[in-house]
Design a protein around this ligand. Structure first.
Ligand SMILES: *[C@@H]1O[C@H](CO)[C@@H](O)[C@H](O)[C@H]1NC(C)=O
Ligand SMILES: *[C@@H]1O[C@H](CO)[C@@H](O)[C@H](O)[C@H]1NC(C)=O
Length: 332
């Protein structure tokens, strides 16, 4: 192996400079924070809540500030919140108490006088509510995803038949096991085996789409029957549950969800409805993209799906991202 000594020295120098730079940042961060606290009289969390815009930008900053904190009491507080999440206590009724405890604790740790800094409590509390509500929702999605479709479970069976009715009514299924399931894009005559890794979450997504966006879903379904560019509606739908779930799980969807929660509600907590609507957005957009690509065969699914995922990830990487369903879908 031949090494160019000049190149080697340059790269070494670069690495040394980078390390020194990082060290300086790390060492000066507490000093800068202390200085700001002295001059503005505000701690970092207050500055974030007062100065950063409402939505994902502020919430990301609070999240980062809490997770980077070396303060033992704040670490304890984070553990308390994680525990509430794992015990599913972060719900519409339960979260108020947890949030008010959290705000009180932060005010006491940071010597913030709640009477003087009244807006802080609400602004900070909302951020915590969104951050931890998202975590708890992820656990719920995980539960649904790992609940296998079970033909002996009446709820599951009812939901499946409901899907048929929403999509195909007045056409009737003659029997539960039927070749007709292929018309809505299942693989064989019994859909129960098609949900695979997505469990009942896949079915819940499809049902939400079919029940809440009737006109749109019928157009999408008709595209899936296109003589040239048709695709298996339900199988692709289940695959898009996978995509939605992955984007939430790895945190990519946070920008959209955080912005959405702050925009819509006075006490923002992410809910499964947000997930379903996100899914509907993906399905409708995927259908548009697929039809525009004019694939010559279903074998192009992997390529088109990968490109679609890339496009969505690009949108989500913008902290101001807020995905909105564009209805109606154009007729083809
Ligand atoms: C919400 O959490 C509280 C505990 O904080 C619990 O008592 C209550 O049953 C929960 N409600 C729901 C709907 O899960
Ligand atoms: C969805 O499709 C992609 C690409 O073909 C594949 O890697 C993935 O496993 C599929 N997921 C499901 C749940 O079918």
């Amino acid at each position: 192996m031949s090494t160019n000594p000049l190149k080697y020295t340059a790269s070494l120098l670069y690495r040394v400079i980078s390390a020194v730079y990082l060290l300086i940042i790390r060492l000066t961060r507490p000093i800068v924070k202390w200085g700001l606290r002295r001059t503005t009289g505000l701690c970092e969390l207050q500055r974030i809540c007062y100065c950063e815009p409402n939505g994902a930008i502020r919430i990301f900053s609070v999240e980062e500030c809490l997770s980077k904190s070396k303060n033992k009491k704040i670490k304890k507080l984070s553990e308390y919140l994680e525990r509430a999440v794992s015990e599913k206590r972060f719900n519409q009724t339960g979260s108020n108490k947890i949030i008010s405890n959290t705000v009180e604790t932060i005010c006491s740790i940071k010597n913030i006088r709640p009477d003087v800094h009244q807006p802080f409590g609400k602004l900070f509390g909302d951020c915590v509510s969104v951050i931890y509500g998202y975590k708890q929702l992820l656990n719920k999605l995980e539960d649904l995803k790992s609940t296998k479709y079970d033909s002996t479970n009446l709820d599951h069976e009812q939901n499946l038949l409901e899907l048929w009715d929403s999509l195909m009514s007045p056409k009737q299924l003659q029997s539960r096991i039927s070749n007709l399931w292929k018309e809505i894009g299942f693989q064989g005559d019994d859909p129960s085996t098609d949900f695979r890794g997505m469990g009942v979450l896949g079915l819940a997504n499809l049902n939400y789409l079919a029940n809440n966006y009737k006109d749109v879903v019928l157009q999408v379904l008709s595209h899936s029957h296109h003589p040239k560019y048709g695709y298996p509606f339900a199988i692709v739908g289940i695959n898009l549950t996978h995509l939605s779930y992955s984007l939430w799980k790895d945190g990519s969807a946070k920008s959209h969800v955080y912005n959405l929660c702050c925009q819509t509600s006075s006490s923002p907590v992410p809910s499964i409805l947000h997930f379903h609507r996100f899914y509907c957005y993906l399905f409708v957009e995927f259908d548009k993209y697929w039809m525009a690509e004019k694939p010559s065969t279903i074998m192009e699914f992997e390529r088109i799906r990968a490109q679609f995922e890339k496009n969505i990830r690009k949108l989500l990487s913008n902290r101001n991202c807020l995905l909105k369903l564009n209805i109606p879908v154009e007729n083809v």
